[in-house]
Design a protein. Structure first.
Length: 364
């Protein structure tokens, strides 16, 4: 192969051959919507899509206007992307110089942050968590220097949330400003209860906000997200856009669910109720946990790496998928996607069987 970029040569990415069979099982490992949308709502959606002419190239303006009215923000402050993953890629691609800049972000976190650093030959500066499972906020600030192009802040962040307050974000933005550094806040879980920095983008020109329709909306399959920022910054980062930011089907579906946002908020409430149930049951077993307040996930802290690995595998054998294999200090537990109470009851029933079985064997 000729004229390759050497820093891309060893970058490993999933291809079409890597997939999971979703025909059966309980998928609680990727923070997706675990139940289908109401059948009557889907019928109404199909009626809505019948008015879309798929033979024509996408008309972007109506969707931008829809987002603008819903978010109460100017159209020129919005850039539609392929989910938050597309938003992250756009920012790294447009705001960094390969081989020169660094990017600061907490770790562990969303897998594509380090991937895009490698893809664009940018140094990743990872800020870890303490043994008490708190983000090292001061290290986050101390990691910023003149070569820091972006600080990415997932707020909340997997696997334990660790949500920063608005005051902490404002302080971080001001620290970034000293080095002409962008602060990009990932609010993909916002509807579940965390704070939002949207009101800050007109006050702090170095702040971007990233969101998507994947989590609370339960539309991970349509791949629609967006970046919010100052008009000047949005104009710049959108310069590398493809011919069309999205497609007619995805924008049509997203628009429909914006018009039915009350249904989305009802589902968010169901998930929060399910997480409250799960936390109560974990407490009865004396199991510690983190999260379940500002995101749609919870970290089950078993404080035993062997036990965590065994439980994750045994649940998988029962076609219940949770996420283990976290790096230290989270390797002694696993994360679970929140869902309505009925699903949380099903998960906890199977989990408690395996947990008690392991404990009985090892206590003898």
């Amino acid at each position: 192969m000729y004229h390759i970029k050497p820093y891309l040569k060893n970058l490993e990415r999933l291809r079409a051959g890597s997939y999971r069979d979703v025909s059966s099982g309980l998928f609680l490992d990727r923070n997706e919507r675990s139940v289908s949308h109401d059948s009557k709502l889907i019928e109404a959606l199909l009626d809505h899509l019948r008015g879309v002419n798929f033979g024509l190239y996408p008309e972007l303006e109506p969707f931008y206007q829809k987002l603008s009215a819903w978010l109460d923000i100017s159209v020129n402050q919005i850039y539609v992307t392929e989910g938050v993953s597309g938003a992250i890629k756009s920012l790294v691609e447009t705001l960094t110089i390969p081989g020169k800049h660094n990017i600061v972000f907490p770790y562990p976190t969303f897998a594509l942050y380090p991937v895009y650093c490698e893809m664009f030959n940018v140094e990743p500066r990872i800020v870890g968590y303490t043994r008490s499972y708190e983000l090292d906020y001061q290290s986050l600030i101390d990691s910023i220097d003149l070569d820091t192009a972006i600080v990415f802040l997932p707020n909340p962040n997997m696997p334990i949330e660790g949500t920063l307050s608005i005051n902490e974000i404002v302080n971080l933005a001001e620290q970034c400003n000293k080095y002409e550094t962008i602060l990009a806040v990932d609010e993909v879980y916002y509807p579940f209860g965390g704070p939002t920095t949207i009101d800050l983008i007109n006050e702090y020109e170095n702040i971007f906000v990233m969101r998507s329709f994947s989590k609370a909306f339960g539309l991970a399959g349509i791949r629609v997200g967006y970046i919010l920022g100052s008009g000047q910054n949005i104009d710049y980062v959108s310069k590398t856009r493809t011919g069309y930011e999205s497609n007619s089907i995805s924008m049509g579906i997203a628009s429909f669910f914006i018009d039915h946002y009350d249904v989305i908020l009802d589902f968010v409430k169901e998930v929060k109720d399910g997480l409250r149930y799960l936390k109560r049951e974990l407490e009865k077993l004396g199991i510690e946990y983190n999260g379940g307040e500002t995101g749609n996930f919870i970290y089950v802290n078993l404080r035993d790496v062997e036990l965590a690995n065994v439980i994750v595998q045994r649940l998988k054998d029962r076609q219940i998928y949770v996420r283990g294999g976290w790096p230290e200090p989270f390797d002694a537990g696993f994360s679970v996607t929140g869902a309505p109470k009925k699903i949380m009851e099903e998960f906890f029933h199977e989990f408690s069987i395996e947990f008690n079985s392991f404990r009985t064997v090892h206590n003898h």
